[in-house]
Ligand binder design. Structure first.
Ligand code: FAD
Length: 382
């Protein structure tokens, strides 16, 4: 089956239509600009996505979800990113850091406790891996969890944690033994716990995503708060690996949406400002054709990798290629479109500069392009 034909099937077409209708009704362009400028987390829009049942897109019906998979999530993220990329990013506080991590790695008690409440919009999750000295070199984490008198006490600092100030549950990767990969444990931390402090960081792009520094000072958790339960002590690295394909694909979809939105906007702009009966302007048409072709190639790569993931094929190479290529392509499209639009593209009231700022983050978050290339390098046996 080709990638195009499975995306045309009724299920995905219906989902795409639902999301498009939601966007037209609930996120006029002015609202998208307002959220960017005010840097406010879009709680109200997440609640409305919940009313459509879409927070449970990738959750089993047993827990109130729709029983979909990463392809459904990609369709949602791609469409949303065409209007308000930060909404797709913040939906990650439910669908990726909540649903996906708990469905894959949670034990029975945790899935029963959290999934229904994620689906009905009661809970937001955040995911703390990165530290000041552990970004690309993620296994270098120093945040510790020390066992004392029946409890673990977490101490350390995490950086760039999305939604850490607004979330209810924070999944934190800690060092519990010396072994580089085999000494990491993930805990589910209640964000109201004493000693948990999240401070927002000002940054370029994805305004409204509540990116934070998180400090843990003697945060007390019980052995039952280990992701997957007590028997998953020191299994944190392996658990994280299980979710990386899904994250790379979701971020690819964000890039596809932004790339498409930018192309749509640049076409509107050039139609208004250039006379295409003039042969000299053919160069502009060709530049846009190149962008559209590269974006279509990225889309085929991403959904092919997603099909492999859903059908349990080994696809670390394909998801990493997709994350690298989709995000770099969308970034290139945004940069070139800013050039094509001249001074107009940089005006604050235009959307193009907002898409340009947002897409810049996509080549960093979830593993940088260089790290994706390192992963592909290994799969090629070089
Ligand atoms: C908006 C935003 C939201 C984020 N949200 C989260 C979150 O929710 N949870 C979380 O845990 N983290 C989050 N992150 C962190 C993100 O995953 C890291 O920023 C990313 O992994 C890169 O780490 P770093 O920023 O420390 O860069 P560094 O690792 O310091 O890298 C700096 C540069 O060196 C390059 N480099 C590093 N090592 C190598 C190598 N071995 N080979 C080639 N090049 C290399 C990198 O590609 C990069 O260009 C977020 C980041 C951003 C920007």
């Amino acid at each position: 089956m080709s990638v195009v034909s499975f995306l045309e099937n009724e299920k995905y077409a219906r989902l795409r239509d639902t999301v498009r209708e939601f966007i037209e009704a609930e996120i006029p362009w002015e609202k998208a600009r307002e959220i960017d400028q005010s840097d406010q987390y879009p709680h109200d829009l997440i609640a409305k996505v919940g009313q459509l049942g879409l927070l449970g897109l990738n959750v089993s019906p047993e827990y109130g979800g729709m029983g979909g998979n990463v392809i459904d999530v990609m369709v949602l993220y791609e469409e949303v990113s065409k209007r308000l990329p930060v909404l797709a990013w913040t939906l990650g506080n439910v669908t990726l850091y909540g649903n996906e991590i708990i469905s894959i790695n949670g034990n029975k008690e945790q899935t029963e406790k959290y999934l229904p409440r994620l689906v009905n919009g009661e809970l937001l999750f955040s995911f703390s891996l990165t530290e000041p000295d552990a970004g690309s070199d993620a296994a270098n984490i120093k945040t510790s969890a020390v066992f004392k008198n029946g409890y673990y006490f977490i101490n350390g600092t995490k950086m760039f944690i999305s939604g850490a100030g607004v979330s209810d549950i924070n999944i934190v990767l800690t060092r519990t033994a010396k072994s580089r990969y085999g000494g990491i444990t993930s805990f589910l931390v209640d964000c109201k716990a004493e000693g948990y402090t999240a401070t927002p960081i000002k940054k370029l792009g994805y305004n409204g995503s509540d990116t934070c520094e998180v400090v843990y000072e003697d945060v007390k958790v019980s052995p039952q708060d280990i992701l997957g339960g007590e028997e998953c002590l020191n299994q944190g690295w392996k658990q994280m690996m299980n979710t990386l394909n899904g994250e790379r694909l979701a971020l690819s979809a964000c890039a596809l949406g932004i790339g498409q939105a930018v192309i749509d906007q640049v076409i509107t702009f050039v139609l208004k400002n250039y006379n295409f009966n003039n042969i000299a302007n053919q160069t502009i048409q060709h530049r846009i054709v190149e962008m559209a072709t590269e974006l279509e190639a990225a889309r085929q790569l991403a959904y092919n990798a997603a099909w492999m993931e859903v059908n349990s094929r080994d696809c670390v190479k394909e998801t990493s290629m997709s994350k690298y290529y989709s995000t770099e392509t969308a970034k290139k499209i945004a940069r070139e479109s800013m050039d094509l639009m001249g001074e107009f593209g940089s005006l604050e009231e235009t959307d193009i500069q907002r898409f340009f700022r947002d897409v810049t983050i996509l080549t960093i978050g979830g593993g940088t392009s260089q790290i994706m290339k390192n992963i592909v390098t290994k799969t090629l046996g070089i």
